[in-house]
Design a protein around this ligand. Sequence first.
Ligand SMILES: C[S@@+](CC[C@H](N)C(=O)[O-])C[C@H]1O[C@@H](n2cnc3c(N)ncnc32)[C@H](O)[C@@H]1O
Length: 377
Amino acid sequence: MASDRKPAIKDFLHMNGGNGEFSYAINSSNQESLIRKVHPILKEIIKGIANDPDGFPPCFHIADLGCSSGPNTLFFVSNIMEEVHEVCKEKKLKPPQFQVFLNDLFGNDFNTLFGSLPTFYAKRNKDNEENFGRCFISAVPGSFYGRLFPDQSIHFFHSSGCLHWLSQVPKDIENNGLNVFMAKTSPPNVFEMYKMQFQNDFTAFLESRSKEIIRGGHMLLTFGGRSNVDPYCNNSHVNLWELFTRSLADMVKEGIVTESQIAAFNVPTYNPYKDEVRDLVHIQGSFSLDTLDTFEVNWYTDDTDDDHGNVKARNQQSLGKRAAKMIRAGSEPMLITYFGSSAMDLIFQKFEKYMDEHLANTEETKPLLIVISLTKK
Ligand SMILES: C[S@@+](CC[C@H](N)C(=O)[O-])C[C@H]1O[C@@H](n2cnc3c(N)ncnc32)[C@H](O)[C@@H]1O
């Protein structure tokens, strides 16, 4: 670790910036598939707004929370604008203008995102100049576990692939030893503290959004979950961090990282079971829960076409590498904070090897996603 100060999540929790080999921008097609999967729900919400007597406001205020630095956030923005456009055409309504706020933590590479705006605007203007509401995009850095916007100023909140990231590593889990997550050998308090941290964070998220959203406004949220009520079930998230722990253990044997570095590191994510989410929405009380659904994705095998059984065999050679790149793009700033940048290549080479072995010998456990849509009461 670079210093004795305990690292704060806001300092390291962001994806790899830029457009290089390990950047989030070029290793986030799996996350794009989540946006595609939940598109039918988005469509329904937009239709519902168009059918409401109040319809769309003159300027539709949208926020994408946890936008990161890749192309997915603008993909979502295009999607929602097109859906609004379609429905306005069908109902002969004047399309609204769009004010879009892209949010992420302060360390996010917003500059890469800004760099892609001219192409985005040019395409919009070319395709739709005459009959499409204008779009104004800006960035709002800060944590979505606190306030980001003025009271009742947003009509639609979106977030994809983010809310399983916690606001901090749970407290009082020093006895988790060399585990870096909730593992089979973790003491019971570790499971409890992770769960409690998620409950506090998710509630804080709903509290802040409930103040910022207009009455009748909508939220569409997709994030990692688990399929079993038991937090230590056979889910892909557990597999992933166990393979990672093995890579770290090898590096201890080779004298590259120390046990105390591993003991200081715990991954700040929690994948809830759907009932936990439902209960928290009801307890917080500001939103009605319109949709609560789960779906699986082919994370490590193929991101473009879920439905073909032969995809895994076709891509077999590169699975470990591909998985390692994806994980690296999403966690390298955090891992550098704990283990130093010189350890990164080796950690991910080992991880790649373990991932290949795992996927060759085991039926892949696919990540489970939870999607919810909510309306402000
Ligand atoms: C896996 S990326 C998803 C990015 C994007 N939504 C997509 O679909 O590709 C998760 C993002 O959530 C952001 N994030 C995590 N915790 C956050 C917080 N408390 N406030 C704002 N952003 C956060 C991370 O920095 C990261 O960019």
